[in-house]
Write a protein that binds this ligand. Structure first.
Ligand SMILES: [Zn+2]
Length: 339
């Protein structure tokens, strides 16, 4: 694996250097095999990491290598969207390798019948108690107190914002045809969801927020407004990404942190792919459990079938509102205009 990391480092070095001068926001989508770990690095101000993937040295080493590529020597803010093992499991080992200043989460684990979740939460609590970390329990409607980006919390601990965000609030015509699914009563329902704005660009990261909770955000009125980039909820499982959400936020680009055999379900993939403004759906992996009809072209996929090389995707946001996505496997960049 060391060899792969070294190769990835070499390939991506120019990206890291490019950032320093440009005034661009860089967002690194780590390949944590169907978990989430996304690192936002604004040109000035504080960086923000969302989740840290699974437990294990290999996962933590991978994230440290990616932080190095990003030019990050400490993580200013680490948001834990929820306490499932594929999001919080990697936190203690990551924090043992790189300084973290502040943790942000939704509060208390309420999913007590899942052993992996209970253990992951306990390990995280132990780490919080033993360290000297700042800690925020995020609440819907709150703007996170960080510099460099505007981060609005829209969901947390099962609750969502009660009023539309500024500029949002239009009636959502997709509500009637978007079927209703029950809440899961899992940590997914409790995900910290965020709308992140940098310059003119808006991004949605809702963690693994569920279909039923999306409805509270989107029906009858769209409380989020449109976004440019949708970080696909729950790795592309069909328990998230309802038509009500996708028609309402109408992303121009979607980025899916699926694994080779996890997430990217065909029906969710179709809803995202057919959403009204979508130009490209990027994937961290080819989904080998679906077919070619439910995978993006190889150029839009970081990791193809075969030995895993931990390729990642980088979103570059220019202050003008134009943006680009780079595939670390091919080193090819696709540009998207401001509008
Ligand atoms: Zn997950």
């Amino acid at each position: 694996m060391k060899r792969f990391l070294a190769a990835a480092l070499l390939m991506a070095t120019p990206l890291a250097f490019a950032q320093k001068k440009s005034g661009d926001l860089k967002v690194y989508f780590a390949d944590v095999e169907g978990g989430q770990a996304t690192l936002f690095v604004p040109p000035t101000g504080e960086n923000l990491m969302v989740d840290a993937g699974w437990p294990g040295a290999a996962n933590a080493d991978k994230l440290v290598a990616l932080a190095k590529i990003a030019g990050v020597t400490k993580i200013d803010n680490l948001v834990i969207t929820h306490f499932h093992i594929d999001h919080v499991g990697g936190v203690p080992e990551l924090a043992a390798r790189i300084p973290v200043t502040r943790f942000i989460d939704h509060g208390v684990n309420r999913e007590l019948d899942d052993k992996a979740t209970v253990t992951s939460y306990q390990n995280y609590q132990k780490m919080l108690a033993n360290g000297h970390y700042a800690h925020i329990v995020a609440k819907p409607g709150e703007i996170l107190p960080l510099t460099g980006m505007h981060v609005e919390v829209v969901s947390a601990d099962g609750n969502v914002i009660d009023k539309p965000l500024a500029g949002a609030g239009a009636t959502n015509s997709a509500c009637a045809a978007s079927i209703i699914k029950p809440v899961e009563n899992t940590e997914n329902d409790r995900s910290v969801g965020m709308i992140i704005t940098f310059g003119k660009l808006r991004m949605a990261d809702l963690g693994d927020l569920t279909w039923a909770k999306e409805r509270l955000l989107m029906c009858p009125v769209n409380k989020l407004g449109k976004v440019d980039v949708y970080i696909v909820s729950h790795h592309g499982f069909n328990r998230s990404s309802s038509p009500a959400l996708l028609n309402g936020i109408a992303p121009r680009v979607a980025i899916m942190d699926n694994g080779a055999t996890k997430g990217a379900e065909a029906d969710a993939w179709d809803i995202i792919d057919h959403s009204p403004r979508l130009k490209d759906l990027w994937q961290l992996h080819t989904a080998i459990h679906t077919g070619a009809a439910h995978n993006s072209p190889d150029s839009r996929i970081a990791n193809l079938p075969g030995p895993d090389a931990f390729h990642y995707l980088v979103l570059t946001v220019h202050p003008s509102g134009s943006f680009a996505v780079t595939n670390s496997r091919t080193n090819q960049t696709v540009e998207y205009p401001a509008h």
